[in-house]
Design a protein around this ligand. Structure first.
Ligand code: ARG
Length: 249
């Protein structure tokens, strides 16, 4: 009887402990190498931001659970509390800041343009020239989408924006001639060009941007999370993770 009581006590303690082990719920679109993607061989979710978020989890003594979702639904998932944080190559923008709080910027990026080797598009100016009409491929809801949509409006360009759910879908469309170019963040663009024959990057970048993670307003996790991120930036961990995935030219 005594034994049974001890086992029961241990079990209830275990249950109580597991309820305490808090989890950081992460919303991410796992289609964005080298930041977040599925490893071809293991099928695991890997990448720069995945490694950073696990380090932050370790620092805070919390588990990390990554949910793969469509990019354009992550901010809504963050705002509604379905996930605690958006970790998805997020660019800090004034518009997004109205709905979410961004952490400290941990790296920068550039919007870049991918074309086929034989493309008539030679520069960003060719894209912004009102005499040309192009089909421009972007991932829906990304800054690539927002910026080019704004430019087309502002400059009265005849070009159209073709929007795709997942980032690699844009490259499939470029390969099959459904779009004339793809706008996407530079490191992802470099990855796609390396993985697909017959594609190249334009020399000039389209827009420069800052990356950060996004939280709902007044999240109780924000301060600790951001402090852990800043500590990992200060001690060189973030840079060494980036260096593992991005080999400097
Ligand atoms: N940096 C861009 C943005 O914030 C693109 C991010 C796309 N991320 C992704 N995991 N597909 O809109």
């Amino acid at each position: 009887m005594k034994k049974f009581a001890i086992v029961a006590f241990m079990l209830s303690l275990l249950l109580a402990l597991s309820a305490c082990a808090e989890t950081i719920k992460v919303g991410s679109s796992i289609d964005f190498p080298p930041y977040e993607y599925y490893d071809d061989e293991t099928g695991d979710i890997v990448g720069i931001e995945i490694d950073i978020i696990h380090k932050i989890g370790e620092a805070l003594g919390m588990d990390v659970e990554v949910q793969d979702m469509q990019f354009d639904s992550i901010i809504a998932a963050v705002v509604s509390g379905k996930v605690d944080v958006g970790v998805s190559g997020f660019t800090v923008t004034e518009e997004r800041k109205q709905n979410v709080d961004f952490t400290t910027t941990y790296t920068t990026a550039k919007q870049s343009v991918i074309v086929t080797n034989d493309s008539p598009i030679q520069s960003v100016d060719d894209i912004l020239n009102p005499e040309n009409s192009w089909k421009i491929g972007v991932q829906i809801g990304t800054t690539s989408d927002l910026y080019i949509t704004d430019d087309i409006d502002a400059l009265g360009l005849p070009s159209t924006v073709e929007r795709f759910n997942k980032s690699p879908d844009t490259v499939v469309a470029l390969n099959s001639g459904k779009v004339d170019c793809v706008i996407v963040d530079d490191q992802v663009a470099i990855h796609f060009v390396q993985a697909n024959e017959g594609l190249k990057l334009l020399d000039t970048a389209y827009v420069l941007e800052d990356y950060a993670f996004c939280f709902p307003k007044e999240s109780p996790l924000y301060e600790d999370f951001n402090a852990a991120l800043e500590a990992l930036m200060a001690d060189g961990t973030v840079q060494s993770i980036i260096d593992q995935y991005i080999v400097a030219e």
